[in-house]
Design a protein around this ligand. Structure first.
Ligand code: SF4
Ligand code: URA
Length: 237
């Protein structure tokens, strides 16, 4: 993964969110045509917000430059009433082609980890029982790390998804998700394995599955497994 984006993302989004008055009715959402400077983000959790509404607000989004190279917007998949949400970085080639998050090699590993760990721990959980999404909904060119402004713009949709679902816990996969949700500069090695919070929702940070696919990261694989075990027991015990 490339250089870390500046930790302005969460602060900037939250600041804008705090400044926005809670809407009595859902306000018109910023449109594709609005210059960025005119965009006032709606409240973090507008009353009555739903995944359908968020998806409709995204529409055929061109709010950031990632729209230029994408094929499909990858909104998110899973149970909207779930207790557990996984957040990755952004779509790769397979996800961009199918419009579904984590369906490529890293996605297959994530699915195996969720289903394998829960089976071992006696928790009946399938991939379809959780919700899976990304910080940015469009594939960054050459799979580069999303830039700070892209994370800030698209992050509003992630924040709304999390606020609409209100899971019991969130699992951030990798440094980009951790930075988008926690702010700060710390990477996974520092943050992983411990509970943090995103707006009062407990948040676990662990390695991104694509990192675990590299053959020399076997120790990280074991650690991820521990992190996931801890998360699953907290959520489902
Ligand atoms: Fe819109 Fe997000 Fe795609 Fe950017 S990454 S164009 S903000 S949906
Ligand atoms: N990596 C991610 O961060 N997200 C995906 O959806 C696929 C790969």
């Amino acid at each position: 993964m490339a250089a870390a984006p500046e930790p302005v993302v969460r602060e900037a989004v939250l600041q804008a969110v705090v400044q926005a008055p809670p809407p009595p009715e859902l306000p018109p959402f910023p449109t594709n045509e609005m210059p960025l400077t005119d965009i006032v983000l709606p409240g973090l959790a507008p009353e009555g917000d739903t995944l359908e509404r968020i998806c409709a607000d995204i529409g055929d989004c061109t709010r950031c430059r990632l729209s230029q190279g994408r094929n499909k917007i990858v909104f998110g998949v899973g149970d909207p009433n779930t207790k557990l949400v996984f957040v990755g970085e952004g779509p790769g080639a397979d996800e961009d082609a199918q419009g579904i998050p984590f369906v490529g090699r890293a996605g297959q590993l994530l699915t195996q980890m969720i289903e394998g760990t829960s089976a071992k721990e006696g928790i009946p959980l399938k991939r379809a029982d959780v919700y899976i999404c990304n910080v940015v909904k469009c594939r960054p060119p050459e799979n580069r790390t999303p830039e700070a402004d892209e994370m800030q713009i698209c992050g509003q949709f992630l924040f709304r998804q999390l606020s609409a679902i209100k899971p019991k816990a969130i699992c951030a996969l990798g440094s980009t998700a951790a930075k988008a949700l926690l702010g700060g500069k710390d990477g996974v090695t520092k943050l992983r394995g411990k509970w943090h919070k995103w707006n009062d929702i407990p948040l676990m940070v662990t390695y991104h599955p694509s990192y675990l696919l590299r053959p020399y990261n076997q120790e990280a694989k074991r650690e991820s497994w521990e992190d996931l075990k801890k998360t699953l027991h907290f959520v489902y015990d």
